[in-house]
Design a protein around this ligand. Structure first.
Ligand SMILES: [Zn+2]
Ligand SMILES: [Zn+2]
Length: 343
């Protein structure tokens, strides 16, 4: 079996003919394996879905009970036989329940990593690179300019600003699934113990994270708070809410935004962000290239983001590589726009 028979990029997504399944297919298919619950990777309407229990629960929260005809939960590290291949889910360190999916057959292993990051995150199991022949990577931050640095230093910046401006509220833009809960958990790790106020679009995912043992402390809905209560408070909102009427309840708010793109000053200015926080749930340039090296993969397929730059780096470093153009990316933006509409 050559690599392309084990897993093959098609317009309907990565397809395994030997097992009859797609990974993160963009359109409904009979049998889907899902890496994580962001909306561009996890679509509703598949026949059968195999994913971690957390990803299934988060899909249920996002789409409702009927999001698939049949579901099966995959445990990290346990191989499941499908047709003539073995599939194993391993932590991807991206959001709660996120997984890299290893597909094995005829002594070959291909790893579809979905989205991943190789830094510690109090909200999910840690990523570890897997040895494989073919590694399927994202490249959201696949340019040398992207170095995320230490997220705790960014959280310290936010806390320092609250002491400089004790009368002002601080509103942090953060994607509704994953980033919002991580920012809250990092604030708790830094010792911040006041209530944290959230936008309605973040509530269900946050309650779910807390139910899975992620320490979020006291979270309150901002819409239930009096304006006086919000002076000096920290609030978390999906990025699309930062410019909306929702912010009017806050006294003279400082607008912050937690994203790897905040490394680029022009992006922060463009969005009129007063306090950019470089906190990302994706690997930065160092993380991407170190991970690819650690997999030992002779071949790399790049799904989304800055694919050309990462493909170029792979080739310059003695690996076969190509972009796949599977249509992922901007998942967080798309997902949170839809969620804000519901809130
Ligand atoms: Zn994602
Ligand atoms: Zn993605």
């Amino acid at each position: 079996m050559v690599a392309q028979e084990l897993l093959n990029p098609t317009p309907a997504g990565l397809f395994c003919a030997a097992g009859g399944f797609h990974i993160d297919p963009p359109r409904p298919v009979e049998r889907a394996l899902i890496t994580h619950a962001h909306s561009d990777h996890a679509r509703p309407g598949h026949g059968a879905v195999l994913a971690t229990a957390e990803t299934l629960d988060l899909m249920r929260l996002r789409y409702g009970d009927g999001f698939a005809q049949k579901t099966q939960a995959a445990a990290y590290g346990k191989t499941i036989r499908i047709g003539s291949v073995g599939v194993t889910f391993h932590p991807a360190g991206h959001v709660l329940g996120s997984a890299q999916i290893a597909v094995e057959g005829s002594g070959q292993r291909i790893v579809a990593s979905g989205d991943y990051k190789d830094v510690a995150d109090p909200t999910c199991a840690p990523f570890a690179p897997l040895h494989c022949e073919v590694f399927v990577s994202e490249a959201t931050f696949g340019l040398p300019v992207f170095r995320h640095g230490n997220p705790m230093a960014e959280v310290a910046k936010l806390l320092h600003s609250t002491t400089l401006f004790p009368e002002r509220a601080h509103i942090v833009g953060a994607y509704a699934l994953g980033k919002a809960q991580r920012v809250i958990a990092l604030l708790r790790q830094a010792g911040y113990d006041r209530p944290i106020y959230i936008h309605g679009a973040i509530e269900a995912f946050s309650r779910y994270y807390a139910s899975r043992g992620v320490e979020l402390g006291e979270i309150r809905l901002a819409r239930d708070a009096a304006k006086t209560e919000l002076a000096g408070a920290i609030a978390i909102a999906p990025p699309s809410a930062l410019k909306g009427v929702w912010t009017r309840r806050f006294p003279d708010p400082v607008t912050a935004f937690a994203s790897g793109f905040m490394r680029v000053r022009a992006r922060a200015r463009q969005r009129q962000i007063e306090l950019p926080l470089v906190i990302s749930d994706h690997a930065d340039w160092t993380g991407l290239t170190a991970t690819i090296a650690a997999t030992g993969a002779a071949e790399v397929w790049v799904t989304h983001g800055e694919a050309d730059a990462l493909v170029h780096w792979c080739k310059a470093n003695g690996r076969d590589a190509r972009p796949l153009h599977l249509g992922y990316g901007e998942e967080d933006e798309q997902g949170e726009a839809a969620e804000t509409a519901q809130a």
